[in-house]
Write a protein that binds this ligand. Structure first.
Ligand code: ASP
Ligand code: MG
Length: 471
């Protein structure tokens, strides 16, 4: 019977700005109600915009035993939600809803006093604390839908999404999640109900609260869509879809009607703030299509993200850039075993949890360089200095050179495969602007061409490449 009801299931995810006020929550509920009239719907909601930052900041005040800071933040937390509540339910329902909000914020107060008493923030306590933002928005959205006569139920994803125990950046355990999602969400759906599930959080097999990392609500929605074999996932944001470039840099950037999972993942990774980079992974196997849509302009088509490249959809798709990056270069002395040095350095970076954004090496001198984020740079250099202490002391490696004045430009498109000459045209377009190319990395998948250039030329290069590739 479950199969019948769940045919055509739609999972919709609403980001922080899409539930950022009573007005935005009403608009989200309009979208939910419209779809729920014709098919089963599960909604996944983020915390109201800026609330997660506020909650995190509160745990830091608690750690520092700063009572005034805690009180200030709690007042903001409560007033944002009480105000939204006032705009969502009739007067006669207010007392009950305000009390329900109070129950959730009381949980937060309890965790915060625990942290204050300990004087430090255990990761798992932080995870439980920050999930309060999503619990509050799920509560408000579901209560508003109920007041419209719809059978919405607020669900804490701690009862749905089963994860490993990597607090703060957990990964889902899909088999267990399928089981739990079935048990928690299917009965409601079969009765025609609309589960409103918290994004961002989950729990370990033994019930300890976790979160999936900042911006993780997209990932939550994908996990739930995969676990329930949804027909589609719609991700509602505040932009019209995925674009050929950042419109602040390239005024004539356009919305892409369709891109593939691989392209979207690559774009997310290369700095386009469209989707959480891990979002698409759970969907690949089940080939569930995703739409990225604007809740502020729902009539616009948005971008469709599909498993495979459509016919004739060839060429470069988009150009992205990252500004706050640094290039770290290592030059092993002649005969010092460059591959060995590189292996040791990469291993050190891996264990220091530094993400390498691009890597390039020259086989003759065996020098190599890699790109990291500014905020991971210190960790990166310390890790390498420790791992290569002996080589550095004895001159087998000629020091570590750091250049913070660089930027990364990435051109993405599955359809670039076999377009010989495209890379050359891109390099020429950049050089024509008199911008120095420092390093180039092209993945073997030919999905992305990454180019490291001087920071001051980054914006100009993005525009030049956008024009050259006819994006
Ligand atoms: N509220 C969480 C965050 O701000 C998760 C999300 O919005 O995706 O990181
Ligand atoms: Mg978000």
């Amino acid at each position: 019977m479950g199969e019948m009801v769940l045919k055509n299931l739609l999972v919709m995810k609403f980001g922080g700005t899409s539930v950022g006020s009573a007005e935005r929550m009403r608009a989200a509920c309009d979208l939910i109600a419209k779809e729920a009239a014709r098919r089963p719907v599960v909604a996944v909601v983020s915390a109201m915009s800026k609330i997660t930052d506020l909650l995190l900041d509160t745990t830091r005040h608690a750690e520092a035993d700063d009572q005034a800071g805690i009180d200030r933040n709690l007042a903001t937390l409560e007033s944002r939600h009480h105000e939204a509540a006032a705009g969502l339910l009739p007067e006669s329902e207010q007392a009950r809803l305000q009390a329900a909000i109070g129950e959730v914020t009381a949980d937060f107060r309890r965790i915060v006093s625990g942290i204050q008493m300990l004087g430090y923030r255990p990761l798992r306590a932080v995870d439980e604390a920050v999930a309060v933002g999503e619990r509050l928005s799920a509560l408000l959205v579901s209560e508003h839908l109920k007041s419209r006569g719809l059978g919405a139920v607020a669900v804490n994803a701690a009862d749905v999404v089963v994860t490993d125990a990597v607090f703060g950046n957990a990964s889902p355990m899909m088999a267990q999640t399928e089981e739990k999602a079935g048990a928690t969400l299917l009965p409601a759906l079969e009765k025609g109900g609309i589960p409103i599930v918290t994004g961002f959080n989950g729990a370990t097999v033994d019930g300890r609260p976790t979160t999936l990392g900042r911006g993780g609500s997209d990932f939550s929605a994908a996990i739930i869509a995969a676990a329930l074999n949804a027909a589609e996932l719609w991700i509602w944001t505040d932009v019209d879809g995925i674009m050929t470039a950042d419109p602040r840099l390239v005024p004539d950037a356009r919305i892409l009607p369709e891109i593939t999972y691989s392209e979207a993942a690559e774009l997310a990774w290369a700095g386009a703030k469209v989707l959480h980079p891990r979002t698409l992974a759970p969907l690949v196997e089940k080939r569930i299509p995703v739409w990225s849509k604007n809740s502020f302009a729902p009539e616009k088509p948005g971008t469709r993200i599909v498993p495979e490249l459509g016919e004739g959809n060839t060429g470069a798709k988009a150009v992205t850039s990252m500004a706050n990056v640094a290039l770290v270069s290592l030059e092993p002395a002649a005969g010092a075993g460059g591959v060995h040095v590189m292996a040791r350095a990469l291993e050190a970076l891996e264990s220091a949890n530094v993400e390498i954004l691009a890597l390039s090496s020259s086989s003759y001198r065996q020098s190599f360089c890699f790109l990291v984020r500014h905020d991971e740079l210190e960790r990166a250099t310390q890790a390498i200095e420790a791992a290569l202490a002996l080589e550095l002391t004895h001159g087998y490696v000629r020091g570590i050179d750091v250049d913070r004045n660089v930027g990364l430009l990435a051109v993405v498109g599955e359809g670039m495969r076999g377009f010989s000459g495209l890379a050359g045209r891109i390099f020429t377009a950049i050089s024509r602007e008199k911008i120095n190319i420092i390093a180039i990395a092209q993945g073997s998948s030919e999905l992305t061409i990454s180019i490291v250039i001087r920071r001051e030329g980054l914006e100009k290069a993005v525009r030049a490449v956008h024009t050259e590739c006819h994006l």
